[in-house]
Design a binder for this molecule. Structure first.
Ligand code: UD1
Ligand code: MG
Length: 508
């Protein structure tokens, strides 16, 4: 047996949204982390409806697929031809033949609607025992919207579409928001009586109000306190306007919970993001998807995080991260790119012009400069020299590189995976490491340098270089020649000299 008094929500999402001029159905356009339709469903969710029916039509397959993804509990119902909002609701109600009590109808294109406003509308409707209640709002510019027409006593008489309105009615700034509560039994009856005698030749849901009012059925108007909640979206200019409004609302909410936004106008936070206390977000920053910014972390300026978790006290500056994890007090950037499954443990560092993908960087380990880390595991407290490439791809398969803990790899290394560098091992600058380096060993893989004395004088005599060389050899007699200040890494009997600023630079 079906439930005696199911509460039904109907969302109208069959329209094309012609003015969006898009291959994507209007209700699937994104707005700070959810589609327009997703926002509407979220606003209706706290009603805990027994059934939520979504009327689909234009791009039905795309809309159905999206519903299966974000709201699998909803029931899509096909309106093959878009013959008007009244027609759409009539079809929706065919899917719930036993429904009784209150049905809430929401246009699919009002994404700023707050759950409390819908709840208040339903509360007012049920308290008044009305047959129909419309959410209305006083707006600065009512162009294109349905107007609330009241009688001299202020009672709702009917709702008139702008294109069917008289000049006097067009002057009304109280509009229909496209959100309603109805007694479903009486609604079903009235929908059977709708005419298509209007400018668009459609069945208008809004005509139900006139029918009820003239039949003496109680109809009510619930006025929204914040008119921006009722704004619809008909083209991309309006969509951008809604995005700004939602941005301001989201940013204000975060600031009130103890997050600092240094430039709220250039900070775009999806409604799905979480920020913890004392997080600081600097300007030009976008936080998207399931991203989390931990307590006291500093993100920005110029950062985009998508589905990325930033731990407490971490720093991310001028960087782009997707599907990454940044551990507590870790540091990223400026100019880093973290790709999916880049995982930085506590106090790890990924510095400037460094890209990391599908790799773990252990606690306190550093990858400071100009490096690609792909498919690698790096232990704790290790240091990767500047300009290193983790060569992970043989053209067919990807392979892993493992670097142990307390390892120090030289600048300009290639790690040709699969390869392993043991705990406490070193590698020399400029090495192509394609064999494992045991713990504590120095891996050297580069051609030995030889100097051909006097070559410039012999082959480039008379040039400025030759002249400079002559001055230097004359003036520097007695001074030591060769690299100075370099760090000597001893590999057995012979010292291997690394040029200054290579291995050394990588230690900071
Ligand atoms: C509608 C209201 C108008 C109100 C405005 C608020 C009617 C007749 N008019 O006008 O009073 O001020 O919303 O934004 O209802 N849809 C269907 N099937 C259809 C037609 C529409 O599912 O056959 C859906 C659309 O996808 C959309 C919603 O219903 O989500 C509203 O349709 P839209 O064409 O945007 O109506 P408006 O002209 O905005
Ligand atoms: Mg509309």
């Amino acid at each position: 047996m079906s439930q005696p008094h199911p509460r039904i929500v109907v969302v109208l999402a069959a329209g094309e949204g012609k003015r969006m001029k898009s291959a994507l159905p209007k209700v699937l356009h994104p707005l700070l982390g959810r589609t327009l339709l997703g926002h509407v469903l979220t606003a209706a969710a706290p009603l805990r409806a027994d059934r939520t029916v979504v009327v689909v039509g234009h791009g039905a397959d795309q809309v159905r697929a999206h519903l299966a993804d974000v709201a699998p509990e909803t029931t899509p119902v096909l309106q093959a031809r878009q013959l008007g909002t009244g027609h759409a609701v009539r079809i929706a109600l065919e899917a719930v033949p036993d429904a009784a009590g209150t049905v809430v109808v929401i246009n699919g294109d009002v994404p700023l609607l707050r759950p409390e406003t819908v709840a208040d509308l339903v509360g007012a409707h049920e308290e008044a025992g009305a047959a129909a209640t419309v959410l209305a709002a006083e707006v600065p510019d009512p162009t294109g919207l349905g107007r609330i027409v009241r009688d001299s006593a202020g009672r709702l008489e009917r709702i008139v579409e702008e294109r069917d309105a008289t000049v006097g009615e067009r002057a009304v700034r109280e509009i229909n928001a496209g959100i309603y509560a109805f007694d479903v039994v009486r609604l079903r009856d009235a929908l059977g009586k709708l005419s298509t005698d209007n400018d668009q030749g459609e069945e208008y849901l809004t005509d139900v109000f006139g029918l009820f009012a003239s039949a003496g059925e109680p109809v009510a108007v619930h006025v929204a306190t914040d008119h921006t909640e009722t704004l619809g979206c008909n083209d991309r200019v309006e969509l951008a306007g809604l995005r700004r409004l939602l941005r301001d609302r989201v940013n204000e909410d975060w600031m009130r919970t103890g997050v600092s936004l240094l430039d709220p106008e250039t900070t775009w936070i999806d409604v799905t993001v979480t920020l913890e206390r004392d997080a600081v977000v600097d300007q030009n920053t976008q936080l998207k998807g399931a991203s989390v910014v931990g307590a006291g972390a500093l993100v920005g300026p110029d950062v985009t995080l998508e589905d990325t978790v930033v731990g407490a006290g971490a720093t991310v500056v001028r960087s782009h991260a997707v599907g990454a994890e940044v551990g507590p007090r870790a540091s990223v950037g400026p100019y880093a790119y973290l790709r999916p499954a880049a995982r930085l443990a506590e106090k790890a560092k990924v510095g400037t012009f460094v890209e990391v993908k599908n790799s773990e960087i252990g606690a306190g380990s550093k990858v400071p400069h100009l490096t690609y880390v792909g498919d690698a595991t790096i232990g704790e407290q290790s240091n990767i020299g500047a300009a290193t490439v983790f060569v992970n791809y043989d053209g067919v398969n990807k392979h892993r590189t493992v670097i142990g803990s307390h390892a120090r790899t030289g600048a300009d290394n290639m790690f040709v995976a699969p390869v392993e560098v043991g705990d406490g091992a070193y590698t020399a600058a400029g090495s192509v490491i394609d064999k494992d380096v045991p713990p504590g060993a120095l891996g050297v893989a580069r051609a030995r340098q030889r100097n051909i004395e006097g070559w410039v004088e012999m082959r480039r005599g008379g040039t400025a270089a030759a002249e400079a060389a002559r001055r230097a050899t004359e003036g520097a007699s007695g001074q030591e020649s060769g690299a100075r200040g370099g760090e000597a890494i001893h590999g057995g009997a012979e010292p291997v000299r690394a040029a200054a600023g290579e291995v050394d630079t990588a230690t900071e």
